[in-house]
Design a protein around this ligand. Structure first.
Ligand code: 4AD
Ligand code: MG
Length: 484
C-alpha cells in the first residue's frame, strides 16, 4: 500500500531518472511538452536538467487527451521507466496514464521551438524564455554561481551582510542614482527659497536606490573582520550597451587587515572557485552553451572567431594566473600597440584617461590573452575612498578585466588614514558631515582594509559565453525598458 501511495503522489524529477542506472520501476513525472511525434513520443522537460525525458504512449490512447498534447502544455504521467527501444536516449517512460494539467494552444503560444527563435525575439517574451534549452542552461548556471559564491565566503568565515537598498549616500560619487520618494512630483512641497523640501519626504531627507553596499560593508568589516554583500544595485547611467544594466547584482567582500595584494589574491581565488564549481555541477549546461557558442562563431568571418571554445576558455582561467600590471604599464602597452599606431582606437590613449572598453579588450583579448588585473589608477578617475599611493598621483585601485567582457571586478585598498581621507573628500566636494558614520571607522580603531565588487551578471556572461547582459538576468532593466 505504501509503495503504491508513493508512486501515485511523489513526483520524480527527470534529472534523477536520467541519472539513475537501472530501469523497470514506476514513476510519476510532471513537466512541459517540448515535442510530440507520431502521436506516440512525447519529449517532456521539467526544468531539473537540460535533458528531456521521452514518454511513450500507446497508439489508440484517448483522442481527447492526444489532441491536447501540444508544445508547451503541462502534463502528468504515471508509468514505468524502461530501457529505451529507440536511439537517442538510454531510458524512456512507458505511460500507463497521461493527465493534461494545463493546455497550450499551439496557434497562440509565442514560443515555437522548431525554428530556433532568436535571442532578440526571446527577450521580448522573457516571461516564457526560461522554457528554452539556452535559457534553461543559463539560469541553472546563474543559480549555481550564486550558490557557489555564498559557499566560498561561508567556508572562509565571512559574514554575509545585508546592506540597505534605500540610501542617502552615493558610494561611488558618480551621481547616477534613482531617487526614492513619495512626494507628489506635480506639486512637491517647497522650502522658502523654492527648492523641494525633502524634510517632508518619507524618510525626512532625499534618498536613492543604492549603487553599492561598500560603505556599509566597511562598517561591518571593522567588527567581523571579513564580510560580504550580495544584493541588487541600481545605476541610472544611460549606457545602452551589452554590458550595462540599470539594475544588477553585485558581490562585495570587504576584509580588515588586507592590503591591495591580498585583495587581488582573494579576487582571483574567488573567481576560480566559482567557475570551477559551475564546471563541476553544471557540466551538461555548459557543454550545451559551448556548442551554442561554437555554432554562433561559425557564422562569423574567420578572423573574428575566438580561438578557444567556452569550456577551454574556462579551463584556461582555472589553470593560469591572471596577469598583474599597473595602469602606467597598460597605457604604455596601448601606446606601443599596432592598434594605436594604425589609429584603430576610437578614443585617444594617454596617461590619465579612463580606459575605454576597446582599450580593456585590447589588453585582455589581443595582448595578454587572459584575465588582467590593473592596479594604480590615477586618483582623478577613481572614487574618493581609494587609498592614496606614495606618489600622490595614483590610488591603490584594482580592476579585473576579462576576455569578452572588459571590467568584471572593481576594487581597492581603502584609505584608512582619517586626515588623507577627509582631504580627498574635500577636494572631491563630498560632505564629511553627511558621511560622519563612515569617517567614524577611521576615528575609532581604524585598520588597513580592502575589498572589491564583482558584477554578478558580468560573471554569468563570462561563464555562459552569452554576449548580451540582457540574456543572463531573468528580467533586465535597461534604459526605456522595465517590462515584466
Ligand atoms: O567598479 P564599480 O563601480 O565598483 C564599486 O561599486 C565598488 N563600490 C566595489 C567595491 O569596491 N566594493 O562596480 C563593480 C562591478 C564592476 O566591475 C562591474 O562588474 C559591475 O560592478 N558593474 C555593472 N554591471 C552591470 N551593469 C552596470 N551598469 C554595472 N556597473 C558596474
Ligand atoms: Mg569600476
Amino acid at each position: 500500500m505504501r509503495a503504491f501511495l508513493i508512486h501515485i503522489f511523489m513526483r520524480t524529477k527527470i534529472k534523477e531518472i536520467l541519472a539513475r542506472p537501472e530501469a523497470d520501476y514506476k514513476v510519476n513525472i510532471k513537466g512541459w511538452v517540448r515535442s510530440f511525434r507520431n502521436n506516440q513520443f512525447i519529449a517532456v522537460n521539467d526544468g531539473s536538467c537540460m535533458g528531456n525525458l521521452q514518454v511513450v504512449i500507446e497508439l489508440g490512447t484517448d483522442e481527447n487527451i492526444v489532441k491536447k498534447i501540444t508544445n508547451g502544455a503541462s502534463i502528468s504521467v504515471d508509468g514505468t521507466v524502461i530501457a529505451s527501444q529507440g536511439k537517442g536516449q538510454r531510458v524512456e517512460v512507458k505511460a500507463d496514464s497521461v493527465t493534461i494539467l494545463g493546455e497550450c494552444d499551439p496557434e497562440k503560444f509565442p514560443l515555437q521551438l522548431k525554428n530556433r527563435p532568436s535571442l532578440e525575439y526571446l527577450r521580448e517574451i522573457a516571461h516564457l524564455r526560461f522554457r528554452t534549452n539556452t535559457f534553461g542552461a543559463v539560469f541553472r548556471v546563474r543559480h549555481t554561481l550564486a550558490y557557489a559564491i555564498h559557499k566560498f565566503f561561508n567556508d572562509r568565515g565571512f559574514v554575509y551582510m545585508h546592506t540597505p537598498i534605500v540610501t542617502a549616500s552615493d558610494a561611488e560619487g558618480a551621481g547616477e542614482m534613482f531617487r526614492v520618494t513619495t512626494l507628489p512630483f506635480d506639486n512637491p512641497p517647497r522650502t522658502e527659497d523654492g527648492s523641494i523640501d525633502f524634510k517632508e519626504d518619507f524618510f525626512g531627507r532625499s534618498t536613492n536606490l543604492t549603487v553599492s553596499g561598500q560603505l556599509e560593508a566597511e562598517l561591518g568589516a571593522m567588527a567581523f573582520g571579513e564580510v560580504y554583500t550580495f544584493g541588487p544595485t541600481f545605476r541610472a547611467e544611460n549606457s545602452n550597451t551589452a554590458r550595462h544594466l540599470a539594475e544588477f547584482w553585485m558581490i562585495e567582500p570587504e576584509v580588515a587587515f588586507n592590503d591591495i595584494h591580498d585583495n587581488m589574491d582573494l579576487a582571483e581565488d574567488f573567481i576560480r572557485y566559482v567557475i570551477n564549481y559551475a564546471m563541476e555541477h553544471n557540466r551538461e549546461d555548459l557543454e550545451f552553451l559551448a556548442q551554442r557558442l561554437a555554432d554562433e562563431e561559425k557564422q562569423k568571418p574567420m578572423n573574428e572567431r575566438s580561438e578557444m571554445g567556452l569550456v577551454e576558455k574556462l579551463e584556461f582561467v582555472l589553470n593560469n594566473k591572471f596577469e598583474r600590471i599597473t595602469y602606467t604599464d597598460a597605457i604604455n602597452i596601448l601606446l606601443d600597440s599596432p592598434a594605436y599606431k594604425k589609429k584603430k582606437f576610437q578614443y585617444d590613449v594617454k596617461w590619465g584617461i579612463d580606459l575605454q572598453s576597446e582599450h580593456e579588450r585590447y589588453l585582455v583579448e589581443k595582448h595578454f590573452k587572459k584575465p588582467v588585473i590593473v592596479t594604480g589608477y590615477p586618483k582623478d578617475i577613481k572614487a574618493f575612498y581609494m587609498r592614496m599611493n606614495d606618489d600622490g598621483k595614483t590610488v591603490a585601485a584594482m580592476d579585473i578585466l576579462a576576455p569578452g567582457i572588459g571590467e568584471i571586478v572593481g576594487g581597492s585598498q581603502r584609505e584608512e588614514r582619517l586626515d588623507m581621507l577627509t582631504k580627498r573628500m574635500d577636494e572631491m566636494h563630498i560632505s564629511t558631515e553627511e558621511l560622519y558614520w563612515y569617517l567614524d571607522t577611521r576615528r575609532f580603531g581604524t585598520v588597513p582594509h580592502a575589498g572589491f565588487g564583482l558584477g554578478f551578471e558580468r560573471l554569468v556572461l563570462f561563464v555562459t559565453g552569452m554576449t548580451n547582459i540582457r540574456d543572463v538576468i531573468p528580467f533586465p532593466r535597461t534604459p526605456k525598458n522595465a517590462e515584466f
